[in-house]
Write a protein that binds this ligand. Sequence first.
Ligand code: LFR
Length: 474
Amino acid sequence: RPAGTVAAVDLGATSGRVVLGRVGPDTLEAATVARFPNTPVFAGDGLHWDLLGLYRDVLAGLREAFRLEPGIASIGIDSWAVDYGLLRRGRLLGIPFHYRDERTARGVAAVHDRMPHAELFARNGLQFLPFNTLYQLATEPAEVLALADRALLVPDLLGHWLTGEARAELTNASTTGLLDWSAQAWDDDLIAGVGLPTGLRELLPPLIAPGERVGALLPAVADSLGGAADVVAVGSHDTASAVVAVPMRADAAAYISCGTWGLVGVEVEHPVRTPEALAANFTNEGGVDGRVRLLHNVMGLWILSETVRGWEREGDPVELAALLAAAAEVPAGSVPVFDVDDARFLPPGDMPARIGAWCAEHGLAAPRTRAEIARSIVESLAQAFADAAATAARLGGLELRTIHVVGGGAQNALLCQRTADRAGVPVLAGPVEATALGNLLVQARAAGFIGGSLEALRDLVARTHEPRRFAPQG
Ligand code: LFR
């Protein structure tokens, strides 16, 4: 089979990109043709995504992709999960909220009044995260929900603007809390049981699996992009796409998809809804090919990047490489290990102050210098990663022989090394662009450029993107 070309749109919480991929049986080449910042905005009633700005940048990126490669077979879109837009006859009803907006607390209280977390978990298999879509929907004013005739998750909304079609891709739909994964269907009883209006069910579009065709670009869109192609569903939850491209043996490895978040888990065939999984606050999210991502959200590099943004707001540019080099010189045992999953670290704000408060509450000396603060964050993340990887393997019933780190965190050598040290198993780091690669691979398989199971796709990643190995020390 000859290699063919597909385009991935991959939106992360801090930046987005359009990636051109050439994929064939022995080929997996990805070139980023556009990269743009994703800057949330506090406006009026809370923290929002600048979704129109993102869409404009996606269009510009796709235009560039068609200019470089007119023969693009398809376009796939992935982004962070849970957030959505409400529409009325195709018109967006308000600016989509950011999952870090603090309004979600109200939704949690309203839903848990009707159905406590343990009961929810028994049905939807999700870990408790205050921003799961069902809590967000529970904060929507009744008259706004009554006005809406569609709710679309972010990648589905962009797909809708590109094609006119309205679909809910399964892996991302699994993060809403409203999906019955085993039945691969929206859970009508749960929607009624948590007190959401029964009319809400009508807002949820038909489901579509990764690899299925969403539709052709609308003629006007194709004209403006200077090319024609289908939009194809991928693992539109970015973490689902990332897990496709982890070059792992799924029966003996954990993965950490490490960017803004650290998604730490294993891949299993069926949801694990045991009391142990509930107690460990693990989630069962939908993966590509019906696999299940049994994982835990660890707060991730967000804490470090928000710390750095804070220092920069004080008017002081920070060079991340230099900061991490200085952090590497700080003795590991001299800084506190704090609980990165503490809810206080979720919203934007002064991270060093919150770390200090956590330490004071736990009788520990807070880190003081910038290098100490950075080292304390890295040590705390590494410990949380090691713990979650061990728990994931235990819950999934497999032996933990290696931990794969993919995403931006794979570039952070100190973090990878300290994760290996604290876990006592080797860390294999890379690929950095796993999410875009997973997006490209699923499209390439749908187009017939490659064949095979997820194992075959991962084998292609392993042959083309050799990971960097960190052996545990000490
Ligand atoms: C990572 C991610 C996580 C999800 C969080 C919020 O980018 O998609 O998997 O829990 O963002 O959507």
